[in-house]
Ligand binder design. Structure first.
Ligand SMILES: [Zn+2]
Length: 168
């Protein structure tokens, strides 16, 4: 059985015990931007926050794309999130290649270069990456100045968070 088939089977059981109150309008308190990496999946544990309090935006890296900025605007302006947390991590797969290298590799592997250049938004240094993210989010005119935008690196070996500031 594929894992997705297994998930569908499990969902039948989940729905039996589901509390319909969980379907009420969401009231996020914090927006968290983080990597798709499974080691970042236990956000309740890592951050000690409840699922219901977090709008979680995930992609590879993570990358603060226009789509992520749009979601942050909605989270803070429409849904009510009060803070933005940019959560990077050590050992990210997106530091192991450059966009150019991966484009070349996949073109060769598949024999089809038509998607090139695909934007993977790879990076080298999580500290620099975090600083750039903070600047990018902070400079968006629709993200209110009162909303704190803070960046962190999760150490996958120790489980600890380290805050990154743009002046360090
Ligand atoms: Zn990652």
């Amino acid at each position: 059985m594929s894992l997705i088939d297994h998930a569908l089977k499990s969902n039948k059981q989940y729905a039996k015990d589901y509390d319909p109150r969980l379907g009420a309008h969401p009231r996020p308190v914090v927006a968290v931007v983080t990597c798709m990496d499974p080691r970042l999946s236990d956000l309740e544990g890592i951050l000690g926050l409840k699922h219901a309090d977090m709008d979680v935006l995930r992609n590879g890296g993570p990358a603060v794309t226009d789509e992520v900025l749009a979601a942050l605007v909605v989270s803070t302006r429409v849904l009510g999130s009060k803070e933005i947390m940019l959560l990077n991590h050590t050992g990210c797969g997106f530091t192991t290649f450059t966009d150019e290298e991966l484009n070349a590799k996949l073109s060769k592997l598949t024999g089809d270069g038509s998607p090139v250049p695909m934007r993977f938004i790879s990076y080298k240094d999580p500290v620099d990456h975090t600083k750039e993210q903070i600047k990018k989010v902070r400079s968006h005119p629709w993200i209110a100045k009162e909303v704190p935008v803070r960046g962190f690196i999760f150490d996958v070996d120790s489980g600890r968070l380290r805050e990154v500031t743009i002046d360090e």
